[in-house]
Design a protein around this ligand. Structure first.
Ligand code: 4NP
Length: 180
């Protein structure tokens, strides 16, 4: 009986929705989305945790990721396929469980869009999940050289590892609560 309840709970678990946010949604956040999707797929969680990305500004809306970012990401096996879009205040705060910004200004802008304390609680900083606390933010690579794009990917791979651990921990505590 208990086992049935546990299995049913696992099957019915509606996944979490994660939104990665940067300024233009052509460099950092589409990369975060792709890196995270890769890590989720590696453990079979790609249907359980759904990822998307968006930009604070809509200047690049409809465009694919920056060609330099795509090139660096592809070298590590990440295909950046999403098209840029702007954050949508109402639907994004309603749809997503975690809204994860890349730098201080992203966090500030997201907080300004939050409509309530519940919305504000959904906002996180990508580097909060870093396992190697070297950078407090993921720096904008737009005006950088190759090193800037590589740094973005290094920081994102590390922070996505930490985010995976966070999600596994949450999943474990839901599982334990269900058994109690
Ligand atoms: P992202 O990088 O926020 O990581 O996508 C940028 C892309 C475009 C611009 C700034 C940052 N821009 O000013 O157009």
């Amino acid at each position: 009986m208990m086992l049935n309840r546990i299995i049913l709970k696992q099957l019915s678990m509606v996944g979490k929705h994660l939104l990665f946010v940067c300024l233009g949604n052509i460099c950092r956040s589409p990369s975060a989305e792709a890196v995270m999707n890769g890590k989720l797929k590696a453990i079979g969680w790609e249907q359980r945790i759904l990822c998307d990305s968006a930009g604070i500004i809509g200047f690049h809306a409809g465009e694919p990721a920056d060609a330099r970012m795509q090139k660096h990401a592809l070298k590590r096996g990440y295909a950046l396929t999403s098209l840029s879009r702007q954050v949508k205040q109402d639907s994004d705060f309603d749809r997503f469980d975690m809204i994860i910004g890349m730098d201080d200004q992203n966090i500030k802008d997201l907080k300004a869009l939050a409509r309530s304390e519940d919305d504000r609680r959904k906002i996180f900083r990508m580097t909060d999940f870093s396992t190697q606390k070297i950078y407090k933010h993921v720096p904008d690579p737009y005006y950088s050289g190759n090193d800037g794009f590589e740094l973005v990917l290094d920081l994102l791979e590390d922070a996505c590892d930490g985010l995976m651990e966070h999600l596994k921990g949450e999943s474990q505590s839901e599982f334990v609560n269900e058994r109690i």
